[in-house]
Design a protein around this ligand. Structure first.
Ligand SMILES: Nc1ncnc2c1ncn2[C@@H]1O[C@H](COP(=O)(O)OP(=O)(O)O)[C@@H](O)[C@H]1O
Ligand SMILES: [Mg+2]
Length: 317
């Protein structure tokens, strides 16, 4: 059995204590951190430095998949910003071939964030309905915006993340947010010319953008339209809502089995009656959740408004 096949065989269970070498550095698996549809994330330890990392392994079934997944690495290497995850190292194992039914694996070594994700933090706070203070919420949100801005300002083309959600934002030791999962990142601005292109984008969005965070224009893509980075602003509105109220604004529809698409396209967002936050905070959320993407702000206006809210609080104290 060649090394590629023996790796794939063992990698279906790269279990606790097993090790793998990437660019000459050996890592041993310590524990499982997360599991997605096509990827597995393990906590690993560099056997010589003893430093810990997160190892993301993505299984790929075709050359298209492979090229797409390598984008996650390319964008991670391209964007150098403290609020966007860095790629420590990577390795592609094997060559996917849909005809001969061969899969490959992309292994990406990432910095490890032991505080987990914003989602994990929300789940913990939700147990006792422990609200964050308005100032803490705004500071964390501003960090997320800084990361989003780095993507939206990417050269030569602005990038959109397209899957911003609380589970895709880790927290550093100082609780600064770091955007991860760059696999869904893509050129932000797309011109749609005709039904076929519209359907293609809609299918791509339903595969890559989590439903309750998905912008309305991606649920039913018009045949002739322009989509831009403001899809992310919609998701950011949902992220800020979830940080404040422990839930995404469309989780209720999802949990009841109602149509999330209809809930999103209705344009109705309920601010909980027991909200401890100011009217400014509520308006900031609704500012991002504008149905019409052309009326939705760019990241700069969101940050300006967030800063105004921060200034108001600081002047009050
Ligand atoms: N660097 C990391 N440090 C700590 N936990 C991580 C890290 N990267 C991913 N995770 C955990 O694994 C989960 C899935 O990772 P992600 O990159 O979003 O993969 P997927 O593409 O499968 O969604 C995250 O929601 C988080 O819980
Ligand atoms: Mg993810």
């Amino acid at each position: 059995m060649n090394t590629y096949f023996s790796f794939l065989k063992s990698s279906s269970c790269l279990c606790l204590g097993e090790s793998i070498s990437i660019s000459g550095t050996r890592y041993v698996v310590v524990e499982r951190l997360g599991e997605g549809g096509f990827s597995v994330i393990d906590l690993v330890e560099n056997t010589s430095s003893r430093k810990r990392y997160a190892l993301k392994r993505i299984t790929l079934y075709s050359l298209d998949d492979q090229n797409f997944a390598l984008k996650e690495v390319r964008i991670g290497e391209q964007i150098d910003h403290p609020n966007v995850i860095k790629i420590v190292d990577y390795m592609l194992l094997g060559k996917a071939d849909i005809i001969t039914n061969k899969s490959s694996q992309l292994l990406i070594v990432l910095p490890y964030y032991k505080n987990g994700t914003v989602h994990d933090q929300i789940v913990m706070r939700a147990k006792h309905k422990t609200f964050m203070s308005e100032s803490e919420v705004l500071q964390m949100f501003m960090g997320i915006c800084e990361g989003v801005k780095a993507l939206h300002e990417a050269k030569p083309e602005p990038l959109a993340h397209r899957d911003l959600k609380t589970a895709n934002i880790c927290l550093t030791e100082t609780m600064d947010p770091v955007i991860l999962d760059l696999g869904s990142c893509t050129e932000a601005r797309v011109q749609i010319n005709g039904q076929t292109e519209a359907q293609r984008l809609q299918d791509e969005a339903s595969e890559k953008c989590s439903m309750v965070y998905r912008a309305p224009e991606l649920f039913s893509v018009q045949s002739y339209c322009t989509i831009d980075e403001r899809t992310d602003i919609w998701s950011l509105g949902c992220v800020l809502y979830a940080i404040c109220f422990f839930k995404n604004p469309f989780d209720n529809a999802y949990e009841k089995g109602d149509s999330v698409a209809l809930a999103v396209l209705s344009g109705k967002v309920n601010i909980p009656e027991d909200s401890p936050y100011s009217q400014d905070m509520h308006e900031l959320i609704l500012f991002m959740l504008r149905l019409n993407p052309m009326e939705r702000p760019y990241i700069y206006s969101v940050m300006e408004r967030t800063q105004e809210c921060i200034n108001k609080i600081e002047n009050r104290v």
